[in-house]
Write a protein that binds this ligand. Structure first.
Ligand SMILES: [Zn+2]
Length: 625
């Protein structure tokens, strides 16, 4: 998960304190941030190209990309069996056969469990420590279990979970044909392109067998997870969300008002800080043990029993002896199973699987497919809308070194399943979703759609007229006009997938000049930092393309020309991509971010060691001296 989320989190935690205590500061900030938003809109309004109806660019496919996505070696988690397990009535048992297989018997071990509770939003605490000797009912979802030998050596330490419906104290209502369950399964850093290659079984089953609707023009509205997820869950931008003084976002109000159970299952802890999206702790909240597992006092057992080796295998992908994505799916599945006929809002978000390594995504294909198949065959989809989606494409890893990887970064996966009875009762929804498959869509639209599902807003609405101003978010149940532009949809230039490009010779003078200009910008940034970073030099331009900006018909100004250059630098062999624009004055202007598109490993260790998380973006540029 991106460090930016953490950065924003800490920065806005400070902001929030100001907001709460210092009215005048709040007003100043409000004016400043509003000015930024206004500035952006005025700027965007001036750009004719952003306002053109979207025509998606063709993505050039090269078979060499598939080599990038192959798993070189087998990936597995530690192979030991758990010493305890929950049955589905909430009783915790000792697993005698696993204990015996590990070379112990029960008389040699003492296993103690404690209930894991959230302690504030960023901490966990243990309560009710109990020695486990016989099957024992646990009135909660999470326990931490430690087993020790007679000489007090820890031979087992792990977290266990079980969705316990007793912890819900709210009244719930049954789902119906009109009041649907909403289940979201999100996989971070997964473009539609990547999903097609790495999740073929899941996508085939979802879109061909279950006839879910692919939204192939789904486009990110921000760089990383936070702005895209906030837009989908709250209908707001990051700035609007920070400034919002209202309580819960509209989606959560509906969960409470319409008496849904709420389950949140995610494998990465600092996601969605509540003061940004104003979400409370969810009723069933896997985050509790994810947060706990990061606390130093909670050790997790990483030992394999073969030769007592302590090497953790694939720590990023595994939680104890299981894949993290499996735990996310299983916890969500338990919620779906245990609240059988009740209204459910289940949000599963798999962060670690594809975030840094798109090749690992294939490890989740069988598991995601199994979940969908189970839901289908057990009737759990009868009254359920199921959203399979992501926030953006690969931002790290070898895929970004390919043109196709960079081009599909803007186009995350989105596919929507609706039960057949809904489609037959409201044929316009089927018709419009088919049509919208090829239209420009965003997380703001997904939010409007989720609201429509919550509020049973399935009635046909009149189409937008040719001249009306389009709203920022449009429910996917409505026909999205083909005239919609990136400007209409609030997609900034960096992420707009509607431009066309033309390759240009890397030896071209302006291309070379652009690359040198961007390197100078990087050097400017690192020279102002407190770190000892080496000055970078351009080795070569790897690729270049031109994105033309149409002439503004109201003036006789010369067209601006934008170059997108990919280049390598020394020392460190960093590979970067950046856009440089030349207006009629021929002055170079950097557009958007300079993206590091190959791994920087520990080249930036001097930055990584810094406590201030505000410097994390420098990691991609700094080659420590
Ligand atoms: Zn993300």
């Amino acid at each position: 998960m991106e460090s930016f989320v953490g950065y924003i989190h800490i920065r806005y935690a400070n902001l929030k304190r100001y907001f709460d205590t210092e009215c005048s500061v709040k007003k100043l900030l409000l004016i400043f941030l509003s000015s930024c938003v206004l500035w952006y809109y005025i700027g965007a309004r001036g750009r004719k190209d952003l306002r053109e109806p979207c025509q998606f660019q063709k993505v050039p496919f090269s078979s060499s990309v598939m080599e990038t996505l192959k798993l070189e070696t087998e990936v597995k988690c530690n192979v030991w069996n758990s010493f305890v397990y929950f049955d589905n009535t909430g009783y915790l048992h000792l697993n005698h056969s696993a204990i015996y297989a590990a070379g112990f018997n029960q008389s040699q071990l003492t296993c103690e469990y404690a209930i894991v509770l959230m302690d504030g939003f960023h901490g966990s605490k243990l309560v009710d420590k109990t020695i486990l000797t016989k099957p024992t009912y646990v009135p909660n979802d999470f326990v931490y279990v430690v087993c020790k030998t007679l000489n007090r050596k820890t031979v087992y330490a792990n977290f266990h979970y079980n969705v316990n419906t007793e912890i819900n104290k709210r009244d719930l209502l049954p789902d119906t044909q009109d009041q649907l369950n909403i289940v979201l399964l999100g996989i971070d850093s997964t473009s539609r392109f990547l999903a097609e290659k790495q999740l073929p079984k899941t996508l085939d089953f979802f879109e061909n067998t279950l006839e879910a609707y692919p939204l192939k023009g789904y486009t990110r509205i921000g760089d990383n997870t936070l702005p895209n997820i906030i837009a989908a869950l709250t209908g707001k931008t990051l700035v609007e969300s920070v400034l919002s003084t209202s309580g819960y976002p509209s989606l959560y109000k509906e969960i409470l008002k319409r008496k849904y159970i709420d389950c949140f299952s995610e494998d990465w802890a600092p996601f969605l800080p509540p003061h940004l999206v104003k979400y409370p702790n969810y009723t069933h909240y896997l985050r509790s043990i994810v947060v706990a597992s990061k606390q130093s006092e909670f050790k997790m057992f990483q030992q394999t029993f073969n030769n007592n080796t302590f090497e953790a295998q694939h720590e990023k992908l595994c939680f104890g002896n299981n894949f993290k994505h499996n735990i996310v799916l299983d916890y969500g599945k338990q919620c779906i199973e245990k609240y059988r006929n009740k209204r459910k809002y289940v949000f599963m978000w798999v962060t670690e699987l594809a975030h840094h390594h798109p090749e690992y995504l294939s490890l989740g294909d069988n598991d995601a497919h199994s979940l969908l198949k189970w839901m289908h065959t057990s009737g759990k989809l009868t009254n359920t809308a199921f959203v399979l989606f992501s926030d953006h494409g690969s931002r790290y890893g070898t895929l970004t070194e390919h043109e196709i990887g960079r081009m599909t970064k803007n186009l995350p996966l989105l596919s929507l399943y609706l039960p057949p009875h809904l489609k037959s009762r409201y044929p316009h929804i089927h018709r419009n979703l088919k049509y919208n498959a090829a239209q420009l869509t965003t997380p703001f639209d997904l939010h409007e759609t989720l609201l429509d599902i919550f509020t049973q807003n399935f009635k046909e609405q009149i189409d937008f007229t040719d001249n009306c101003v389009l709203p920022r978010g449009i429910s996917l149940f409505r026909k999205i006009p083909s005239r919609r532009s990136c400007y209409d949809a609030s997609i900034v230039e960096n992420y707009c997938p509607c431009y066309s490009y033309q390759p240009i010779n890397v030896e071209d003078k302006v291309v070379q000049k652009s690359a040198i200009f961007v390197v100078s910008k990087i050097n400017e940034m690192i020279s102002k930092s407190p770190f000892s970073c080496k000055t970078l030099e351009l080795i070569k331009v790897v690729s270049a393309k031109i994105q033309r900006i149409p002439q503004n018909s109201n003036t006789n100004q010369r067209s601006s020309v934008r170059y997108v250059v990919v280049f390598k630098t020394f020392p460190g062999y960093g590979m970067f991509e950046a856009s440089v624009e030349y207006s009629h004055s021929n002055e170079a202007k950097l557009i958007g971010n300079i993206d590091r598109i190959n791994s920087y490993g520990n080249q930036s260790r001097c930055v990584s060691e810094q406590v201030d998380i505000g410097y994390t973006s420098l990691r991609q540029y700094c080659y420590c001296a």
